[in-house]
Design a protein around this ligand. Structure first.
Ligand SMILES: *[C@@H]1O[C@H](CO)[C@@H](O)[C@H](O)[C@H]1NC(C)=O
Ligand SMILES: *[C@@H]1O[C@H](CO)[C@@H](O)[C@H](O)[C@H]1NC(C)=O
Ligand SMILES: *[C@@H]1O[C@H](CO)[C@@H](O)[C@H](O)[C@H]1NC(C)=O
Length: 397
């Protein structure tokens, strides 16, 4: 299998390894990073190995195409979308996670333009849904056989038609999220200011569009996270254009639709705390223990982070809130440096003791310690400079 699909293994070529404070634990972990290209180059899917205080590239792959933007792991398959900037379509690839770090492509399919997020759905995890930002649509795939994934349906939503400037001139689904029951897919639509709600048939993998939730025009919902608390379900949405976090109590209606009643609204910094001009909120993630919610915010540059080599650089924040499990309301816990500028994406490891941050504008990935009890992000464990602009990072499961 190895190299038969254009895998380029580049041991640390173009990568500089740096170290930070000693890690308390010795185990190593693998991380997958996708990068946007710089200039005429091509983005890559990079495998990093974190070993105590080191974070090093062990493989680079072109399998996903030149604009990889999001990864979803399912067993030993990594689903990767190629955003294909400026293209009429994007692509989804099923890549095989292999012991030699290669990621050969098993099969693929075409999406609506500009795919940016994917999620597995359906009984047995046989379906995969895609959010397409540039093309304003969604796709569903049958991934029963990763070596022969097949498109079920592509759909493009009509433009809102109210003559708003870009990016609100058209529909722009930005995130594909499965609800805790597995019966609904929701897509924050940054262009149309909607939360689109699709009811899925878990057996046939088909779906029906149901009524959307409408945000105030100009809000720009980007990403979302569900929180199931006893018999209650909450949904938190980070809104890129208005830099807000909005929390909702979700009601499952008898007519098989969802209703959303807002129970929380604050800026991404909490309360009414203002954000600097030019700020653009990005990711929202529930901690593995469901006690905390962390958001990343881009282009603020008001914090400082000291690199392992002693150089202080401007930093954007990762902002953490605790969640009241009864009311669903959030309380600000910490505003921590993300380790540089443009943290488009970050991830927790499985037990929440680490956070990996992808600094798109700085070509850097950092793994931080995280205190599971307080939810606070601590000191850096390891840093790596990566070629291109890292837009996504996840720990290998
Ligand atoms: C999905 O594809 C498999 C073949 O890989 C096929 O057997 C199955 O019927 C398909 N399932 C649906 C729900 O379309
Ligand atoms: C949400 O909070 C922001 C910031 O304080 C405020 O400007 C906005 O009006 C609030 N929106 C709603 C719907 O309460
Ligand atoms: C420290 O690392 C940064 C990022 O790689 C680099 O730009 C800077 O020149 C380095 N500074 C020193 C003193 O080596």
């Amino acid at each position: 299998m190895r190299s038969s699909y254009g895998i380029a293994v580049a041991l640390s070529a173009g990568l500089r390894l740096t170290t930070a404070a000693p890690a308390p634990r010795a185990e190593s972990s693998l991380l997958y990073v996708t990068t946007y290209p710089v200039g005429q180059g091509a983005g890559k899917l990079i495998t990093l190995k974190q070993d105590q205080t080191s974070l090093q590239s062990v493989a680079e792959s072109d399998s996903c195409g030149p604009f990889p933007s999001w990864l979803t792991q399912a067993g030993d398959i990594l689903y990767c979308v190629n955003e294909a900037w400026g293209g009429a379509n994007g692509d989804l690839s099923a890549l095989k996670i292999s012991d030699d770090f290669s990621l050969p492509k098993l099969s693929g399919g075409q999406t609506v333009a500009g795919p940016v997020s994917t999620v597995v759905y359906g009984k047995g995890g046989r379906g995969l849904a895609v959010a397409d930002y540039a093309g304003g649509g969604v796709d569903t795939f049958n991934i029963t056989n990763p070596a022969a994934i097949s498109l079920i349906k592509s759909q493009v939503y009509p433009a809102p038609g109210d003559n708003r400037p870009e990016p609100q001139n058209q529909a722009r689904p930005h995130h594909a999220v499965l609800d805790p029951t597995g019966n609904f897919l929701v897509f924050p639509d940054l262009g149309a200011d909607l939360l689109r709600v699709l009811r899925v048939n878990q057996n046939t993998l088909q779906y029906t569009d149901t009524k959307s939730y409408k945000f105030a025009r100009g809000t720009g919902p980007r990403h979302a996270a569900f929180f199931k608390s006893g018999d209650k379900t909450f949904l938190y949405v980070v809104c890129e254009l208005a830099n807000l976090i909005q929390g909702f109590r979700v009601t499952y209606n008898y007519d098989k639709t969802l209703s959303f009643s807002r129970i929380y609204n604050s800026t991404t910094h909490g309360g009414t705390s203002p954000v600097p001009a030019g700020t653009s909120a990005a990711e929202i993630t529930l901690s593995p223990d469901s006690k905390f919610l962390t958001v990343s915010s881009r282009n603020e540059k008001t914090l400082q982070y000291t690199l392992a080599n002693g150089t202080a650089v401007p930093s954007d924040p990762l902002i953490t809130f605790s969640i009241n499990a009864v009311s669903g309301k959030l309380t600000h816990v910490q505003t921590a440096p993300a380790g540089g500028v443009n943290p488009r994406h970050f991830s927790f490891n499985k037990d929440g003791s680490r956070v990996a941050s992808a600094l798109q504008s700085d070509g850097r990935v950092i793994v931080f310690e995280r205190d599971v009890a307080s939810g606070k992000i601590g000191k850096a464990v390891a840093e790596a400079n990566v070629p291109g602009m890292p837009n996504f990072v996840t720990f290998k499961q």
